[in-house]
Ligand binder design. Structure first.
Ligand SMILES: Nc1ccn([C@@H]2O[C@H](COP(=O)(O)OP(=O)(O)OP(=O)(O)O)[C@@H](O)[C@H]2O)c(=O)n1
Ligand SMILES: C[C@](O)(CO)[C@H](O)COP(=O)(O)O
Length: 229
């Protein structure tokens, strides 16, 4: 099934501490955002790519898109202050597919089969996300002390992107969140606020979000034997 994708790259990369947007950091001599975009350039089920960027980085992004010879049209949209604002702007640029995926540009290692399973799940149920079961023991830490409290991890998952939605659902979710000034850390949380179910599709642990400097080491290791199939 065909889908459009909104790829988010309008952040500042503060936690990467690289002095610039982490999307431009080279991973095996290729910018991070190019690794991510190439996934969807190569997926025949992806009918359209909307790239959300910081307007101040337009020239650099356009130069990279020309250098890396994309065949698909990549529509560039200005991001916003928060990730959620960037998604909202991306939704306004959709071209008409029934299913839209929202993906962090900082996640270059998602596998195509997982994406296709995700799209199928969203087509059936309306909304779906990729994720993996947590592997560590999870604790809550009291705000005013170092006291911890163990959380039962048996039904706790670490949620990734892409997240897939029927367009009318995610648009309604963002509209409600904007009206109520609710800010979520992912798009699925906005759909849950509609009282609608969101379904999980198990991914793998290679679908990391490059966030802090040590993630660059993991990325080099993953790339050393990488295949998105
Ligand atoms: N206003 C924002 C904030 C984030 N993002 C994007 O959302 C994805 C996930 O966000 P995160 O990993 O937090 O990236 P940054 O916000 O850049 O990182 P930091 O929080 O460390 O500054 C990234 O691809 C980022 O570029 C975005 O498009 N618009
Ligand atoms: C959307 C996300 O990647 C799901 O895990 C995550 O919530 C993004 O968080 P960030 O702080 O905006 O990177």
């Amino acid at each position: 099934m065909q889908y459009e994708i909104i790829v988010l790259a309008a952040g500042q990369g503060k936690r990467m501490n690289a002095g610039r947007n982490k999307q431009f950091l080279m991973i095996n001599s290729v910018p991070l955002i190019i690794h991510t975009l190439k996934l969807f350039e190569e997926d025949e089920c992806c009918s359209g790519i909307i790239l959300v960027i910081n307007e101040k980085e337009t020239d650099e992004i356009e130069s990279l898109l020309q250098e890396y010879l994309f065949n698909k049209e990549i529509k560039i949209v200005a991001g916003g202050k928060e990730r959620q604002d960037s998604v909202y702007n991306g939704l306004k640029a959709l071209c008409g597919e029934e299913i839209v995926l929202v993906h962090d540009g900082a996640r270059p290692f998602v596998k195509i089969p997982f994406i296709h399973s995700l799209v199928d799940m969203a087509n059936t149920h309306g909304s779906a996300v990729l994720g993996v079961p947590v592997k560590e023991t999870i604790k809550q830490v009291a705000e005013d002390s170092a006291i911890i409290k163990t959380i039962d991890r048996s039904d706790v998952w670490s949620i990734q992107t892409p997240q897939a939605f029927k367009v009318e659902i995610i648009k309604q979710a963002h509209q409600k969140a904007a009206e109520e000034e609710f800010l979520g850390t992912d798009d699925a949380s906005l759909v849950e606020r509609l009282g609608k179910n969101v379904y999980i599709v198990e991914s793998d642990y290679k679908n990391i979000k490059l966030t802090t400097p040590e993630d660059l080491l993991f990325a080099e290791a993953i790339l050393s034997n990488w295949s998105n199939r």
